[in-house]
Design a protein around this ligand. Structure first.
Ligand SMILES: Cc1cc2nc3c(=O)[nH]c(=O)nc-3n(C[C@H](O)[C@H](O)[C@H](O)COP(=O)(O)OP(=O)(O)OC[C@H]3O[C@@H](n4cnc5c(N)ncnc54)[C@H](O)[C@@H]3O)c2cc1C
Length: 428
């Protein structure tokens, strides 16, 4: 459950901190129900991998780490009902069993998150024809402020289902989530350098030629890292650790950039020496996650797909113009639209642009340069990543904002599940 030292909870990057009055880890759903009935203010933490203060509280912090594992499986529909606290890496240990033979439809860059945490913020990977993880939820069970457990799906409590798949823990506590999976599959990962200009011109066509396509763009380098993933039946060719590892290089270059900002353009230009074309084949759950040992803070906006390239170009120009000292590359991905009320992809196919800053550097310096551009292109912020949007701005971006707030008020009139951060965003 992220970091806990001397009663201070902090998120993965260490940027968000709070001192909860108590941290409880119920052993089962009955215990969880009693806690919800007894406590006035509660926040739930998954793996603490969000960059925003979603989890910060000075009241009760609840971890569902002990409410984990598979509850049931429907082999015909290729669905599994999973306890909410299950970490994605553990989930795969269950799903890959021969008797189950299932895999998640898509995943993001890491597998450390809890399933409920990933679902609640609209966590996503990349793929023009693939949704965020929340859109593969077929049903869930929600423990509400009154202590009642509601089963929600397209046919049972359909409004709560439409709202609850991306709800930041504000409607209640997800206890069980049914995922639409697919039979296990292997992916071939290919990484190579590619001229930025080629990507700008062709990626809107290339995005349909691969199951997943993703770019890592360095602001001062004319070539970017292009990563594609495609389904294959080929034999496993596992990923090898480079020497020096990507993380070692990233830490070293980030430290150098922090101490000598003017070196950044030259360090980025060295990229060509270290990035060689590589190809690996493995099961999807092994290919999706990559190590993220160099800590950072991150901002990410989802831009309407037709304007994403233009937006990226403007962001890169601004980073160069203002000589922003960040070694980290921008990440550029595709996500298909969905029907979840507060999903950043609500009725909108998107290009996701993320900006990172090394955790020892002030993230606001880069985010202040980039955020106005991302907003100009009508981007919607990732709920788990840093942004400065207020209630009025968010309301303008989400057609179902008022419906969500009315539903939240009805389910939790005493705002048991809101912390000060969400009170400001939701209640204003
Ligand atoms: C290194 C790194 C890489 C990342 N890569 C990606 C990526 O590739 N794609 C992407 O989209 N995001 C990515 N993220 C962001 C991350 O996926 C999200 O912030 C996600 O929400 C984190 O999951 P978590 O389990 O840590 O949840 P937390 O951060 O602990 O919580 C997130 C939200 O979920 C709520 N919640 C948790 N459990 C429950 C529950 N049982 N019931 C109701 N609400 C609950 C919390 O209250 C909170 O509002 C990354 C983050 C990091 C640090």
């Amino acid at each position: 459950m992220s970091d806990l030292t001397q009663g201070i909870w902090s998120n993965w990057s260490g940027f968000q901190k709070s001192m909860p009055q108590q941290i409880l880890q119920p052993a089962n759903i009955q215990e969880l129900q009693s806690i919800v009935q007894a406590q006035q203010k509660i926040r739930v933490v998954g793996a603490g991998h969000s960059f925003t203060p979603l989890v910060c509280t000075d009241a009760t912090l609840l971890s569902l780490d002990h409410i984990a594992g598979i509850a049931s499986t429907d082999l015909d529909r290729c669905q599994s009902s999973i306890y909410a606290g299950t970490r994605l890496y553990d989930l795969d240990q269950h799903l890959q069993l021969q008797s189950i033979n299932q895999a998640l439809m898509n995943q993001g860059d890491i597998d450390q998150q809890s399933l409920a945490g990933a679902v609640s913020t609209g966590t996503h990977g990349t793929g023009a024809d693939l949704h965020c993880i929340s859109a593969y939820v077929e049903a869930f069970e929600l423990l509400t402020a009154s202590g009642e457990i509601l089963k929600c799906s397209r046919t049972e409590h359909p409004e709560i289902f439409a709202a609850g798949r991306v709800s930041l823990g504000s409607l209640g506590i997800l206890t069980q989530i049914t995922m639409q999976n697919r039979p296990r599959y292997k992916l071939k990962e290919h990484i190579e350098l590619c001229p930025v200009e080629d990507i700008m011109q062709h990626i809107q066509q290339w995005k349909h030629q691969h199951r997943h396509i993703e770019c890592f763009v360095f602001s001062h380098e004319k070539q970017l890292m292009l990563k594609t993933l495609d389904e294959t039946d080929e034999a496993v060719l596992p990923r090898k650790e480079n020497f020096p590892s990507d993380d070692t290089l990233l830490t070293l270059c980030s430290e150098l950039t922090k101490k000598f900002p003017s070196l950044n353009p030259y360090l980025q230009k060295l990229l060509g020496i270290f990035v060689k074309p590589t190809t690996y084949v493995d099961w999807s759950s092994k290919i999706f996650p990559t190590p993220r040992n160099t800590k950072f803070n991150e901002m990410e906006y989802q831009i309407p797909v037709d304007r994403g390239i233009e937006c990226l170009d403007e962001v890169l120009n601004a980073l160069r113009k203002y000589k922003v000292a960040t070694f980290f590359p921008l990440e550029f991905r595709f996500v298909k639209g969905d029907d979840i009320w507060l999903s950043p992809f609500y009725q909108q196919d998107s290009i996701s642009i993320s900006v990172h800053q090394y955790h020892k550097q002030d993230p606001r310096l880069i985010f202040d340069v980039v955020e106005p551009i991302l907003q100009k292109y009508k981007g919607r912020p990732h709920w788990g990543k840093m942004h400065q949007m207020n209630k009025t701005q968010l309301r303008a971006l989400y057609p179902k904002w008022d419906d969500f707030m009315a539903l939240r008020q009805q389910l939790d009139p005493e705002a048991k599940f809101l912390n000060p951060y969400l009170e400001k965003l939701f209640l204003g």
